[in-house]
Design a binder for this molecule. Structure first.
Ligand code: NAD
Length: 256
């Protein structure tokens, strides 16, 4: 028995990183997964490996969302879960951030989550689940990622409102707030085929050793396990909450 037997779950940004690990774990737990991304080659290869469905979905595009839901229902008959995982990060001081850059981060991170909730929730039967990927920076500030932090705070707000509005249909909506996680977003060296993954991950752990109480960055597999908890019946009485998964980073500072 898998924790997601019989369920159909769309995971956005699933071609790599946390979304990939969510697609892998959910498939192992019995779900039919819809792998959605703009990285078609990688997404298609993963879907083929998992026996899943791949859809090209730019989360900022309304038409792509409609097409993705139609494809999911044509293939599997229903949609029971959504993980809004797709996201982008840009580094800039707020006073140096061009409007185009700010709006692109809003389009993908914030509008993407909104369109996901708006398009997929009406298709869900009672017992549906939505997991929005916010961030540690959805709970606190971080210099140089102002556009990103603004969208991640917005996702926490959107999650709470969606939970209130969808509770009468027993559709639960929660958010994950990861700290530094070892994916291409925090560790771009992972995209360089000439670099060993273990070596780059060790270097990143070293960087965070003094910052994070648990002394390392998180692994995408660890976030996937939280997404599984929030998508399965194990969290049946939980809705509208942000879940921080950050190795203790947000707990406070140490002075000695
Ligand atoms: P990643 O860059 O490896 O993965 C992001 C995925 O989103 C990629 O597959 C990418 O192609 C996809 N994507 C980007 N724009 C898209 C669009 N317009 N439509 C559809 N897909 C799109 O990074 P990740 O760490 O796996 O990121 C997953 C989520 O976790 C993001 O929302 C990110 O903001 C969040 N997050 C990451 C960290 C971290 O340290 N890595 C920390 C906190 C939160």
């Amino acid at each position: 028995m898998g924790k997601l037997d019989g369920r159909v779950v769309i995971v956005t940004g699933a071609a790599r990183g946390q979304g990939e690990q969510e697609a892998r774990l959910f498939t192992a737990e019995g779900a039919r997964v819809v792998v959605a991304d703009v990285l078609d080659e990688q997404g298609e290869a993963l879907a083929k490996e998992l026996g899943a469905l791949y859809v090209h979905l730019d989360v900022g595009e309304e038409g792509d969302w409609r097409a993705a839901v139609t494809a999911a229902k044509d293939a599997y008959g229903h949609v029971d879960g959504l993980v809004n995982n797709a996201g982008i990060l840009r580094f800039n001081a707020l006073v140096d951030t061009p409007l185009d850059e700010f709006m692109e981060v809003v389009r993908v991170n914030q509008v993407g989550c909104f369109l996901g909730v708006r398009t997929v929730a009406p298709e869900m039967e009672h017992g549906g689940t939505i997991v929005n990927t916010a961030s540690y920076t959805g709970m606190t500030g971080m210099a140089a990622v102002g556009a990103y932090a603004a969208t991640k705070h917005a996702i926490v707000g959107l999650t709470r409102v969606a939970a209130l509005e969808l509770a009468h249909r027993e559709v639960r909506v929660n958010a994950m707030c990861p700290g530094a996680i070892d994916t291409a977003m925090s560790n771009p060296a992972l995209l360089d085929p000439s670099m060993g993954t273990e070596e780059t991950s060790r270097a990143l752990d070293e960087l965070y050793r003094g910052l994070v109480p648990l002394g390392r960055v998180g692994r995408p597999e660890e976030v996937a396990r939280l997404a599984l908890f929030l998508t399965s019946d194990d969290s049946s009485y939980i809705t509208g909450q942000p879940f921080v998964i950050d190795g203790g980073w947000l707990a406070g500072v140490s002075v000695i």
